[in-house]
Design a protein around this ligand. Structure first.
Ligand SMILES: [Zn+2]
Length: 156
């Protein structure tokens, strides 16, 4: 059975053991493309601001989701505050991590948006809701135009 098959008889359903390989292609779209290029080439963070209502999108959007007005790209600092965080002690294969990782939802300054990313250069016991953080990027020559160009966020 492949995942392209349509099942019309529930008796044909089967239990699958182990992991299921999935493949997908992600396109970041026009606004995402501009964001990743600015991050890669200039180390800048871009958001977009609605020309009508002023809502500021991060990640950037080319139009406002509320009033369908066009937006304009604006540069933001990339700094923000931790809204929530979690500590990962297992990797994606469920093997214990030598060094637990801290993932956080970070509300970015001057936007109505957020980013989910790693925290670094901080001990777990030092992290708190509302903590100010700033991004740490890969060296320019190592950037690929991906979200992993941001290594982590650290306390600021
Ligand atoms: Zn708007």
């Amino acid at each position: 059975m492949t995942f392209n098959e349509k099942i019309v008889n529930v008796r044909e359903l089967k239990h699958v053991e182990g992991k299921i390989e999935l493949y997908w292609i992600y396109t970041s779209g026009e606004a995402g493309d501009k964001f990743f290029k600015a991050l890669k080439d200039e180390g800048k963070f871009l958001a977009s601001k609605c020309s009508y209502c002023g809502k500021t999108y991060f990640p950037p959007r080319i139009y406002c989701e509320y009033d369908f007005s066009e937006t304009e790209f604006i540069e933001i600092s990339g700094e923000g505050r931790v809204r929530a965080f979690a500590v990962a002690t297992l990797d994606s294969y469920e093997k214990p991590l030598e060094n637990p990782e801290i993932y956080a939802i970070i509300d970015l300054d001057d936007t109505d948006g957020c980013i989910v990313h790693l925290l670094g250069e901080v001990e777990i016991k030092e992290v708190f809701i509302g903590m100010r953080v700033k991004p740490v990027l890969k060296p320019k020559e190592d950037r690929e135009g991906r979200i992993t160009d941001i290594l982590y966020f650290k306390p600021s």
